[in-house]
Write a protein that binds this ligand. Structure first.
Ligand code: CA
Length: 514
């Protein structure tokens, strides 16, 4: 790591750059172009490259991330208290599918070893997932899962794991409210995630509002051997005592485990990857190192015919015009604007707006506001045309680059991407989070070498080498692409898998609780 002053400017028109040096730079430091810092500037924070007059735009990514509240001299630290945030762009008169054609060469010949499912989807892991209708059963399901792991799983060595799909929904909710469709379809579609091999078994309490037939109505899942949905109902009269419930769950699990155990990995084209990308615990390097590398990899995946979902609506909102321009059709642009409008109204009902997104950690890491964070976040989507839009909890119908509308909350975004059919998850972080999911492998990408060094057994890829000048965005993008194929094939475990770091499923429920 160099010790001479190092700054990164994202666009030639920018009037600020960020300080890359570990520990920041003291006042009096002289940048390579001769500019002398007049303040101490922490790592990841912005320095004014020229004098910025009161009310003038502060440009990063060639986008006004704010307007100066007072005159800012050249060499000064530009922090959030000096900036007035711009209003969100109107959703009227957005460009619709106006971007130039994308002429990237198809990428051929890349494969991974995966589990082909009857519905055509492909799993990267082979997991028995037990669907639950209501939180009331969670303790029983936890107990049963432990028993299955101890007593049954050793007989089925080809099955990677057994998990309970537990959540806080199912009762005490306004189940007929229009927005209740979101948590319900999320649970329905998660139970059909490709990593579960089409095996669906349900544990229900009995008296809950979300009855098994409402969660998984006839026709919503392909049934295996018999016609009835496989449900263990804890309140059923036949259950006398706790152990009879546990025995029922274990007995139900056996045929599912047998069928899962018989699955074999086979060589699958990279076009069957379904990658969800998101970021969490972002800093100013997120948009400089990790997210651009992910964006490069997104382009590789789309060129290979794969599916990539990007999400986090509050972090796309300020770039909505760039995104609707990249839509493949005016209808897809309109769908994106519709999702943004719905989310604006949802936030408005809570008397909040997109600015509620940024955290104290984001600001400490140099991100002044949501506009700056958004510009760094959307880079994960690369440059490909956007060929589809999903509402929260919906399942993917098409390949390519898809905008899956979700909150930015790491757990809710991950949960909704699972429902969409994700079989691999990529997560970038600058501040550091040990995030992981039980359902799919999560590849974590560090934005800074300092984080990658300290969290050497939690971070899978170090994109900090880009800021250090040791690797290019393309180098790290290709590294990530090759790692994805290894992880998808089961030849490599992610650190979150190694340590079994599993965050809870968290449903997005905009409907009332009763
Ligand atoms: Ca997130």
């Amino acid at each position: 790591m160099t010790t001479s002053p190092l700054t990164i400017r994202m666009h030639a028109a920018d009037n600020v750059a960020i300080v890359a040096n570990d520990g920041g730079l003291p006042a009096g430091s002289v940048l390579p172009d001769g500019l002398t810092l007049v303040d101490r500037v922490p790592q990841g924070h912005k320095v004014a490259l020229v004098a910025i007059a009161k009310d003038a735009a502060v440009l990063r990514y060639n986008v006004p991330i704010g307007y100066a509240l007072k005159d800012i001299p050249a060499g000064a630290w530009v922090h959030e208290r000096l900036l007035h945030m711009p209003e969100a762009r109107s959703l009227a008169d957005l460009p619709r599918a106006t971007a130039a054609a994308w002429n990237a060469e198809p990428l051929q010949g890349y494969t991974f070893e995966g589990y082909r499912n009857a519905d055509g989807s492909v799993g990267t892991r082979n997991i028995l997932a037990i669907t639950t209708t209501v939180q009331c059963v969670a303790g029983v399901v936890d107990f049963a899962v432990q028993r299955i792991k101890e007593q049954l799983l050793p007989r089925y060595p080809n099955v990677d794991d057994v998990i309970g799909l537990e959540h806080s929904y199912g009762c005490g909710v306004a189940i007929d409210a229009p927005d209740a469709i979101i948590p319900i379809r999320t649970l329905r579609n998660i139970s059909k995630n490709p990593n579960f091999g089409g095996e669906v078994m349900v544990v229900s309490l009995g008296c809950e509002k979300l009855q098994p037939e409402r969660l998984l109505p006839p026709g919503s899942i392909p049934l295996q051997t018999n016609e009835a949905l496989d449900v263990v109902c804890l309140q059923a009269e036949k259950h006398v005592g706790f152990m009879s419930m546990i025995d029922s769950v274990l007995t139900s699990a056996v045929p599912h485990l047998e069928r899962l155990n018989a699955r074999q990995r086979e060589t699958i084209p990279a076009s069957e990857l379904v990658v969800g990308v998101q970021c969490g615990g972002s800093d100013a390097f997120s948009g400089v190192t990790a997210n651009p590398a992910v964006g490069f990899c997104t382009d590789l995946l789309v060129r290979a015919g794969a599916t990539v979902m990007f999400s986090e609506t509050t972090e796309v909102r300020d770039a909505v015009d760039q995104m609707t321009a990249r839509a493949t059709t005016p209808e897809i642009a309109d769908a994106m604007a519709r999702e943004m409008a719905w989310y604006d109204a949802y936030l408005g009902r809570g008397q909040a707006d997109r600015s509620a997104n940024t955290t104290p950690g984001n600001k400490a890491g140099g991100l002044s506001n949501i506009v700056e964070k958004a510009m760094g976040s959307i880079i994960k989507s690369g440059t490909a045309p956007i060929s589809g839009v999903l509402s929260p909890g919906e399942k993917l119908q098409h390949k390519g680059l898809i905008y899956a509308a979700t909150p930015a909350s790491d757990f809710i975004c991950g949960t909704l991407q699972l429902a969409a059919g994700m079989n691999l998850h990529v997560f970038t972080t600058g501040r550091g989070t040990p995030y992981g999911l039980a359902e799919v492998p999560v590849i974590k990408v560090a934005t800074r070498t300092d984080l990658a060094r300290r969290w050497h057994d939690l971070m899978d890829v170090n994109a900090g080498t880009i800021a250090d000048g040791e690797a290019t965005i393309a180098d790290v993008g290709w590294e990530l692409f090759h790692l994805m194929l290894e992880v998808a094939s089961g030849r490599k475990q992610t650190w979150a898998e190694h340590w079994k770091l599993h965050n809870a499923l968290v449903l997005f429920n905009p409907a009332p609780i009763t």
